[in-house]
Design a protein around this ligand. Sequence first.
Ligand SMILES: [Zn+2]
Length: 495
Amino acid sequence: MPRSLLTATFCISALIAGPSQAQQATTSAEYRAQGEAEVAARIAAPERPDRARNVIIFIGDGMGVSTLTAARILAGENAGVDGESFVTAMDSLDHTALVRTYSHDGQVSDSAPTATAILAGLKTRNGVIGVGPEVVVGDCASGLANRVPSLFGMAQEAGLATGIVTTTRITHATPAAGYAHTPQRDWEADADIPAEALSGGCADIARQLIEGPVGAELDVILGGGRSAFLPTTSADPEYPEQTGRRQDGRDLIAEWQEAHPGGTFAWNAEQLAGYNPASGGPLLGLFEPSHMQYEADRADDAGGEPSLADMVELSIRRLAGETGGYVLLVEGGRIDHAHHGGNAYRALTDAAAFDDAVARALSLVDLDETLIVTTADHSHTLTMSGYPHRGNPILGTVAFGEPQVARDGKAYTTLGYANGPGAVQTGDRPDPAAEDTAAPDYRQQALIPLSSETHAGEDVAVRGSGPGADLFRGTMEQHTIFHIVHRALFGQGPN
Ligand SMILES: [Zn+2]
């Protein structure tokens, strides 16, 4: 095949938005052509305007670079093509930077200060949301005194529509950073708050979503976490044997419906499908009492849950109907939870579902007016190691032609964790060759025994396409993401 034709073939796969099978190179000439095509795609990448009408920020919670690579390979394997050269939707984005994720007081951070960095433009302390580093953790008065504005409030003041979508409880750290201020991320319902903080005037995160200045103005709210909105006297609609968690007797869902007469509340996929995004009414969807299901378990949900991609599509269709543009936050929140459980299967399938949501967004927006950003708040201790051959199943044990064994004579998996519940507490480790390491419930082995695998502190990636995305380059502080997005939306930094 002539070189120019090869280049053109590779070029197409590099330029289309969304997941695709990269043209798999097999010869010296094809590998060179593949490299040339990646250069050509960059040279040919379109210039975008500086100013964005809309911004969609995708945060894969705990989606470190090892997760990105392993999820890419799994997505390719599941599509029946070469996993290593598979191109995900996130891979197709034009600009990339490395991001330092340390917090004001932590070498390794949690999701509260990192989401605050991305959405409010500054580093703060581990465990706090929407407040500056001057705060005393857990102290109500200092939390009230050190509130910092988020991108969502700024967007609403400028007349933009706003939406927040997550697979976690909507009161969990990442989504909460869009609309809440709290010196303790665990204050999701009033039952979680000490009496002196309640009497000191600190509102729980669920209340801030319903009656706070930013929360009350959100046009789209989709996620889990119903129990923080319902009183202990109300049965859950999906699991009638359960009740809400609110001790103040308030039904915040009913209050939201009263405050938004043209609004729609949905607690299952069927109700959500009945929502007409062209109606222009606000939308509240709370699909589980706690977090939504993992993607791997979603089909078995009692009430039926929408996919993250479907929630993103509905949100974009609703928000794009506004005249002034919009800001949308999308969190793939349970990648993190599966990693904490030492369960790579669910982490990677949730990461792949997150990429599907990015692909859906790319299919719906014009990158000359919409800035798309994908990043992670922090990493996890997942590692992809050993010397498996090309095409070895990513969830399998290491083989290079022949199965490989460690010094104890046992097999080892490509994916493992530095710590977590997959570590043996006492005695010898089991032989993974005797187990189904690709089973949904399999826990990868780990070194240090901890009940919950931990976050990791190395840099994560931020990637973007659209107006302003060319500033995602080099190595940057996490809160710089906010300033790039702010400049794209408003033409300047915040005061
Ligand atoms: Zn976590």
